[in-house]
Write a protein that binds this ligand. Structure first.
Ligand code: ADP
Ligand code: MG
Length: 232
């Protein structure tokens, strides 16, 4: 209980700094990205230039992802949940995260039912959660040659199950125990915020997270949510 309280206070203190910093940096980044895309479309015949532009776009996206991690944790979770189609949401996220996965030579696969999978969620929050898990999975695969991240969604009676699997570096038992605590990161450039936020969102949705992992073999996260009544 005490730890939880201290954790919330830490989050609040850094929230103000994070929010203003992230807002300040995000707008110019969005502008740079827009112009790079324009140049990219106009200079397809200059291969070197295109390569440089692709690197820039990849770096811009990387920065955007870090900023959105900070921004998400600086905002209180909304109580406003609506019925979303989780299948559709996953395919949208695949489009968003494919360039990031490609940049890291990681194959990103999504398997979800064609029929709607209704879940009660805040669309922006659940999007950020999926981005956080995929980003971690891709980063875990940086040293692997046939790297793969697979998301598999299924609907089982009154629950919705999402499995996120990678064949990356995996985790030790003690690392697994620390998942979700603020600032826990094993990366030189990590924020240690992604899973703290994600676990909060998942719990607020009445969901659970479990993890299975082995060093050198990979990691599988299993997210379980209550299924909602119908898609709105
Ligand atoms: P960050 O990514 O900034 O380090 P996160 O909260 O997203 O912070 O993740 C915390 C830590 O959990 C990571 O630094 C890593 O050690 C571990 N982790 C999370 N997902 C995975 C994964 N798929 N494979 C291996 N380790 C992971
Ligand atoms: Mg992360």
């Amino acid at each position: 209980m005490f730890i939880r309280h201290a954790q919330n206070e830490k989050i609040e203190t850094m929230s103000h700094v994070a929010a203003s910093l992230a807002h300040e940096v995000r707008n110019p980044l969005t502008a740079v990205k827009g112009f790079l895309k324009l140049i990219q479309e106009d200079h397809k015949h200059l291969p070197k230039l295109e390569q440089y532009i692709n690197i820039c776009l990849g770096e811009v996206q990387r920065t955007e992802l870090i900023l959105s991690e900070y921004l998400s944790i600086s905002k209180p979770l909304t109580a406003r949940h609506e019925v979303i189609n989780f299948s559709e949401q996953l395919y949208v996220i695949r489009e968003v995260m494919s360039p990031y996965a490609n940049m890291h030579n990681v194959e990103l696969e999504v398997h979800a039912p064609d029929s709607p999978v209704p879940v009660l969620a805040n669309p922006d929050e659940i999007k950020q959660v999926l981005v956080n898990f995929i980003k971690n999975a891709v980063e875990a695969c940086s040293e692997v040659s046939d790297a793969k991240v697979i998301l598999r969604l299924s609907s089982e009676e009154d629950r919705v199950v999402l499995k996120i699997k990678d064949n990356g570096i995996g985790m030790t038992e003690s690392q697994m125990k620390r998942l979700g605590s603020i600032y826990f990161s094993t990366k030189s450039n990590g924020t240690g915020l992604g899973l703290t936020y994600s676990y909060q969102v998942i719990h607020a949705m009445g969901g659970t997270v479990t993890v299975a992992s082995k060093p050198g073999a990979g990691t599988k996260f299993t997210l379980i949510f209550p299924e909602a009544e119908q898609v709105g």
